[in-house]
Design a protein around this ligand. Structure first.
Ligand SMILES: [Zn+2]
Length: 274
C-alpha cells in the first residue's frame, strides 16, 4: 500500500485507469482507436468511455472492426485502407466495398497520405485516397483522414475529389495554419494524446482556436499514450487524460470539452445514442 492509498480513502472504481481525472458524471467517446481487447474496452467503460470507433487500416483489420461492432453495442467500425497499405488497393478494394454495407460501419478510412514513412508509393496513396473519398461521398459516410507530413497532397486531393459532408482529420497534428486550412474545408479536427506532450505548443495553439463544434478526441490506441502514460501501450481508458489536456489547452472546463466531443462524435459518425 502506498501513502496515496489509505484504507479510509475510497479506492477508484476504474482499476487505476485515468482515476485522477475521471468523474462519474462524465462520458466520453473515443473517436479513433485500434483496440480489439475486451479487457481494455471494459477498463475504458469504467473510466466513462461510452462508445468507441474502431478504425480499419486494411481488409483484415476492417473485418475485425466490423466483427467487434457486431458483438459490442458500444463499438462502431470504419472500413478503409491506410496510406501505408495503399499498394494493396487493387487486391482488397472489392471486398472493402462489400464490407461497407455491414451494420454499424460509420466511416471510410483511415485514408490519406503518409509521406513520413512512405510505405506505399505516393501515386498509390493518391489513388487509394481518391477512391475512398469517392466511397464516402457515395455512401454518405464520414471520411477519416490520416495525414502525416503531407498537408499539400491531402488538401489538393480533397479539393479535387470534393470534401465529404463529414470529414475528420484524425490525430490532427498541425499548428494554427494547418487547422485554419482544414477548418476552411469544413472538416472536424480530432485531437489525440499528442496534445498533452510537452513540446506540442503549436498543436495546443491549434486546439485553442478550433471551434468547439468541430472538436473531437481520440486515443489512437495502442499508439500515442497521453501524459502521464506516455511510453506505455495506449488504451481507450486513457481518453480522459486526452480530454483533460485538450480542455487545458483551450482554457475550458473538462466537463464542457467532454460533452462537446461526445455530441460532435455522435453527429460526425452518425452514432446511435451513447
Ligand atoms: Zn489510427
Amino acid at each position: 500500500m502506498t501513502d496515496r492509498e489509505s484504507p479510509d480513502v475510497e479506492r477508484p472504481l476504474t482499476g487505476g485507469v485515468a482515476a485522477d481525472v475521471v468523474s462519474a458524471r462524465l462520458a466520453y467517446v473515443d473517436s479513433h482507436c485500434h483496440t480489439e481487447d475486451d479487457e481494455a474496452f471494459d477498463r475504458a467503460r469504467a473510466a466513462g468511455v461510452a462508445a468507441f470507433v474502431v478504425v480499419g487500416c486494411d481488409l483484415a483489420s476492417s473485418q475485425r472492426a466490423v466483427a467487434l461492432a457486431d458483438t459490442h453495442a458500444d463499438v462502431y467500425a470504419t472500413v478503409g485502407l491506410h496510406p501505408h497499405e495503399a499498394r494493396h488497393l487493387d487486391r482488397e478494394w472489392d471486398e472493402l466495398v462489400d464490407l461497407v454495407a455491414a451494420p454499424k460501419v460509420v466511416g471510410i478510412g483511415e485514408a490519406g497520405f503518409d509521406l513520413y514513412y512512405e510505405h506505399s508509393e505516393i501515386e498509390d496513396q493518391a489513388r487509394a485516397f481518391a477512391r475512398q473519398i469517392g466511397l464516402a461521398h457515395e455512401r454518405d459516410l464520414a471520411l477519416v483522414i490520416h495525414s502525416r507530413d503531407a498537408w499539400d497532397a491531402t488538401v489538393e486531393c480533397l479539393e479535387r475529389e470534393g470534401v465529404p459532408r463529414r470529414t475528420i482529420f484524425h490525430c490532427f497534428s498541425g499548428g494554427p495554419r494547418e487547422a485554419e486550412r482544414a477548418l476552411a474545408l469544413g472538416c472536424s479536427l480530432s485531437y489525440s494524446g499528442i496534445v498533452s506532450f510537452k513540446t506540442a505548443d503549436d498543436l495546443r495553439a491549434a486546439a485553442a482556436m478550433t471551434p468547439i463544434d468541430r472538436l473531437l478526441c481520440e486515443t489512437d490506441a495502442p499508439y500515442l499514450a497521453p501524459v502521464p502514460k506516455r511510453g506505455k501501450p495506449n488504451e481507450p481508458g486513457f481518453l480522459p487524460y486526452v480530454v483533460a489536456a485538450l480542455a487545458a489547452a483551450r482554457s475550458e472546463p473538462i466537463e464542457l470539452v467532454a460533452s462537446a466531443t461526445v455530441t460532435n462524435a455522435i453527429s460526425a459518425f452518425g452514432l446511435g445514442p451513447v
